[in-house]
Design a protein. Structure first.
Length: 128
């Protein structure tokens, strides 16, 4: 008969383990509790449907800007952030904004609307 772990311990085999709530913890390759933790701290200030509309407007404006082509990957992340906002996935919005890099975060932050600025500020808190 196999014995289990000692009292107070749990043996888990998994690629990722994310525990969030009062405290966020991430374990394993690719796990990220930071984005969930940051989202939980700012979600009251960010209305996702409004953010999605503002991101769509910004995307349309940037596509016509002659400097944008050199930031094409960041523009893709902007489109992904919009899709995540439309889908109600706040943590994914922040992750895509962060992946877009400093240029995208600066553009989003400086675009004007408060919701965009709040999202950029939250994404800047993420590691990486």
């Amino acid at each position: 008969m196999m014995e289990g772990p000692p009292p107070g311990q749990v043996n888990l085999l998994a690629e990722n383990i994310i525990i969030s709530g009062g405290m966020s913890v991430a374990v394993g390759p690719g796990a990220s509790a930071a984005v969930t933790q940051v989202w939980n701290e700012v979600k009251a200030d960010i209305d996702l449907p409004t953010l999605a509309n503002q991101l769509a407007t910004l995307y349309t404006e940037l596509r016509t800007d002659p400097d944008t082509p050199r930031y094409g990957g960041a523009l893709g992340d902007l489109a992904e952030a919009e899709a995540a906002a439309r889908g109600g996935d706040g943590p994914r919005v922040l992750e895509h904004l962060r992946r877009g890099g400093k240029w995208l975060l600066g553009v989003v932050r400086d675009a004007g609307p408060e919701v965009l600025a709040a999202a950029a500020k939250a994404a800047l808190q993420l590691p990486g």
